[in-house]
Design a protein around this ligand. Structure first.
Ligand code: SIN
Length: 496
């Protein structure tokens, strides 16, 4: 049994700890619940229904019933509901940020930052709702008219991670709702409550029951429940953000039903600094990108390549600023870096540091767990990293900043692309010819040029290679993931 919440909300109604199906707050059919742990203390502070395969059919059917009428709502009505939702989330930002901090561990200021970022999606897709266009074609034969119309694909399922639960939901659900689809969300077992709060506010905003359902579940039930959702005949679209390993499994399962899939998977992102870069600009971009949520972002800088002429100087700049980071519970006022969200992440970063040191890397800062309850690791800077180290070959997803020295552009492009992943790449240079070359030569779906921050409502988000396929956010491409294109051909008697 979970204890009372460790915080007081301005609006206690926002704390929801039941699943939300077809507009009703419900328990799992089995009555089972699972615990939610505060990563900043290691203590259980809440619980949620542990749904299983047995609970899937009802949720999907409710979403499908809702779809039959929601698809007929005007695009302006959908836009209005999205804007109402946007306004309600803005009004309740403080409470949502508090829940987010206790679920993910991120500092309260970062939780606010995530919500602001996430609201770029509700706002953006409210506009997109009214701008979904078909096409009219020049027919190759007289007496013919050829055109296309766009229609919502049907019930969509979102399988979402714990690192940015508000942003991921608003990016996916706003696109789906704008297109006229309904959605069943399976949140991560670490972060179900912030997602339930969003569902509550969606209903207050006016979305009819069943438009947005949330099926919470434990880690143990996640694979079977997710598979059941992916195989359900009334589900026509799956959108997943998470690891490449799980993304491949989902793609295989969805291939059986030929379901339309968006996969936003892992990154192993290079961040490249040339001798001619503005080092202050490169530093600010890096600190924000790398230490955000203790490095637990798929777009985080995993491999920081610095040209030899500025390598030692830049390493010292990074060390000096990193030494000022205050590690602590996300709800503590002075904290600038929280814990990692899961004990598994703690194991992984510790193992990566050990491996790097055993292969000759220097630890410029940190390198140890922090001795306090919860899942804390020091912000860690590794210098002289090489491609043989684990942290070069796999996504760290934790507070390790690994630096590599390079000499030439050709060498760094080869190193940057030497990964199966292709989510984001970043580089800093003042050379305009090089800027164009790198934009074209780096293998990633998103290229940050003199910036470490490229995510926004208007920017298509998504990777290439084993970082997945499909785009979220941005003009046309994101809504395209939730619509079908129907071709109409009409014979016209042109004589009268
Ligand atoms: C992610 O790391 O999964 C998403 C980060 C972003 O949206 O910028």
């Amino acid at each position: 049994m979970a204890p009372p919440t460790p915080f007081t909300l301005k609006d206690p109604e926002l704390f929801k700890d039941q699943s939300y199906v077809g507009g009703k707050w419900v328990e799992a059919a089995s009555g089972a619940r699972f615990d939610i742990v505060d990563p900043g203390s290691g203590k259980v502070w809440a619980s949620a229904p542990d749904n299983s395969e047995a609970d899937v059919d009802m949720a999907v059917r409710a979403a499908n019933t809702a779809f039959e009428s929601y698809r007929k709502e005007s695009s302006r009505q959908r836009a209005r509901w999205l804007l109402n939702w946007d306004a309600l989330i803005r009004e309740n930002k403080d409470d949502i940020a508090t829940i987010l901090t206790y679920e993910t561990g991120k500092p309260i200021a970062e939780a606010h930052g995530e919500i602001d970022y996430a609201l770029s999606f509700t706002w953006w897709f409210a506009g997109e709702a009214e701008r979904i266009f078909g096409t009219v074609h020049q027919a190759s034969q007289n007496g013919r008219r050829v055109f296309t119309i766009k229609q919502p694909i049907g019930v969509a399922v979102a399988l979402v991670p714990w690192n940015f639960p508000i942003a991921m939901i608003l990016r996916k659900a706003s696109a789906a709702l704008a297109a006229g689809c309904t959605m069943v969300i399976k949140p991560s077992p670490e972060t179900p409550l912030s997602v339930l709060t969003l569902a509550h506010l969606a209903t207050k905003a006016g979305f009819p029951p069943g438009c947005l359902s949330v099926l919470t579940t434990s880690l143990a039930n996640t694979p079977s429940l997710s598979e059941k959702l992916c195989r359900h005949p009334l589900v026509h679209k799956i959108t997943f953000t998470g690891s490449t390993r799980v993304g491949k499994l989902i793609a295989r399962i969805c291939a059986d039903g030929l379901k339309k899939v968006t996969l936003e998977l892992g990154g192993n992102c290079p961040y490249i600094i040339f001798d001619d870069a503005n080092l202050d600009q490169a530093l600010e971009g890096l600190l924000l990108l790398k230490w955000r949520h203790a490095g637990q972002a798929c777009v985080s800088a995993n491999r920081v390549y610095v040209q030899s002429g500025v390598y030692e100087k830049f390493a010292e700049m990074v060390r000096e600023r990193t030494s000022k980071i205050v590690v602590g519970h996300g709800a503590e006022k002075d904290t600038t870096m929280g814990p990692v969200t899961t004990p598994q992440s703690l194991e992984k970063v510790a193992a990566q540091v050990e491996d790097a040191v055993s292969r000759g890397a220097r630890v410029l800062h940190g390198g140890q767990r922090v001795d306090r309850p919860g899942y804390f690791f020091q912000p860690t800077i590794i210098a002289d990293a090489t491609d043989k180290m684990r942290l070069s070959q796999e996504e760290t997803f934790g507070p390790i900043l690994a630096m590599y020295k390079f000499e030439t552009e050709a060498e760094v492009v080869r190193m940057a692309n030497d990964t199966s992943m292709g989510l984001a790449s970043y580089f800093f240079t003042k050379n305009v010819d090089r800027t164009w070359r790198l934009l074209e030569n780096l293998e990633a779906g998103m290229i940050g040029m003199n910036t470490g921050n490229q995510s926004a409502g208007e920017s298509p988000f998504g990777g290439i290679k084993e970082s997945g396929y499909g785009k979220e956010s941005g003009k046309d491409v994101a809504v395209a993931e939730y619509v079908i294109t129907k071709t109409g051909t009409l014979t016209v008697d042109e004589h009268f």
